[in-house]
Design a protein around this ligand. Structure first.
Ligand SMILES: [Zn+2]
Length: 140
């Protein structure tokens, strides 16, 4: 399969406005990954918007794409271990600025104030956490 160029699929650079993104998604546990366009919610004041430059797809991503652990939902755009560049930041962001290089694991949000979060165990956040895929935004 020939991979379409991002511009051919209507990809737009991200800013502090709703944008269309391109990923490769599994539509079910048995489907191959195929190009998939999607929109993200509007950024919030504490959000950092990045351009993804590189993304790992490791064995856990494959387990999720195949629903081997029984909690995947679709469409699912696997991949984490992300390296990117900050495009824009919200008004409440103080530690990042446009142009910064950033890395993201498999988790993008947690309360950061409960006991597990304060112990560096965000995966056990008492208020829930948000993963890079197959996860709901904990604020919505
Ligand atoms: Zn927490």
């Amino acid at each position: 399969m020939e991979t379409p160029a991002p511009d051919d699929l209507g990809w737009q650079p991200c800013g502090f406005q709703r944008a269309t993104f391109l990923g490769y998604a599994a539509q079910s546990a048995t489907d191959a990954l195929t190009p998939y366009q999607f929109e993200c919610r509007d950024p919030r004041p504490d959000d950092v918007v990045i351009e993804i430059l590189y993304c790992g797809v490791c064995h856990s991503d494959l387990h999720m794409a195949r629903n081997d652990w029984g909690w995947s939902f679709y469409p699912l755009v696997p991949g984490h271990e992300i390296i990117g560049r900050v495009v824009s930041v919200g008004a409440d962001v103080t530690r990042f600025q446009p142009g910064d290089a950033v890395g993201i694991g498999c988790m993008v949000d947690s309360s950061r104030h409960c006991t597990p979060c304060e112990q560096g165990l965000e995966q056990y956040c008492e208020q829930g956490h948000t993963l890079t895929y197959s996860s709901y935004d904990r604020h919505d």
